[in-house]
Design a protein around this ligand. Structure first.
Ligand code: MN
Length: 195
């Protein structure tokens, strides 16, 4: 039940005080949005979200995604977010959960590509099994990425670029492409608007 899935999202926030989406449910056909939000909370991180089963499955990636297949990035699973969160960009006010600036750093669709013994497994099963492969069609990130569950108790996964034609060890979009794909603003640009 999706009300249950978004319970943690709603409980963590005072949505009368934060401009974040209210968490209404999306009952439309299963989609395949992905979004990466750069979030300047107490610790800067990148929230990587994949649409799955009517919500956005979410991971906080402290160092952000890499385009280099030899790099493994820690991805800590966080609470499911409502689908409309994919368009959220703004400032979560002081005193609220996750206070700080949020920009849509990358967004697009993904193709689910998790295989086991040459058979594609359903994405929900891939998630339960702790290995999800998605092919991203973003503005900054393209190609296949794997999410690998390391430690279920601590919700720790690794996010790794698969070695395909979009892999590029020389690119470092986290540092060279800092602007929002929605508005062209940056975290600094948003925070300058604050006062
Ligand atoms: Mn966050």
């Amino acid at each position: 039940m999706k009300e249950e899935q978004l319970k943690a999202y709603v409980e963590k926030r005072d949505l009368t005080k934060s401009p974040e989406p209210k968490g209404k449910l999306n009952e439309s056909i299963e989609g395949n949005i992905f979004v990466i939000q750069k979030h300047n909370a107490s610790n800067l991180h990148y929230d990587v979200r994949l649409e799955m089963d009517g919500v956005l499955k979410s991971w906080a990636v402290p160092k952000g995604p890499s385009t280099d297949p030899s790099v493994k990035r820690l991805a800590i699973e966080t609470e499911d977010h409502p689908i409309e969160y994919a368009d959220f960009e703004g400032i979560i006010p002081e005193g609220n959960y996750g206070a700080g600036e949020v920009i849509v750093w990358d967004k697009g669709t993904f193709d689910h590509q998790t295989y086991q013994d040459d058979e594609q497994v359903p994405i929900k099963q891939a998630y339960e099994d702790g290995k999800i492969v998605v092919f991203l069609h973003g503005e900054k990130l393209q190609g296949a990425y794997a999410f690998i569950l390391m430690n279920k108790d601590d919700s720790e996964w690794l996010l790794i670029k698969e070695d395909d034609e979009k892999a590029d060890a020389r690119r470092n979009p986290v540092s060279t492409e800092q602007q929002s794909v929605m508005s062209d603003t940056t975290i600094d640009g948003l925070s300058n608007k604050k006062s």
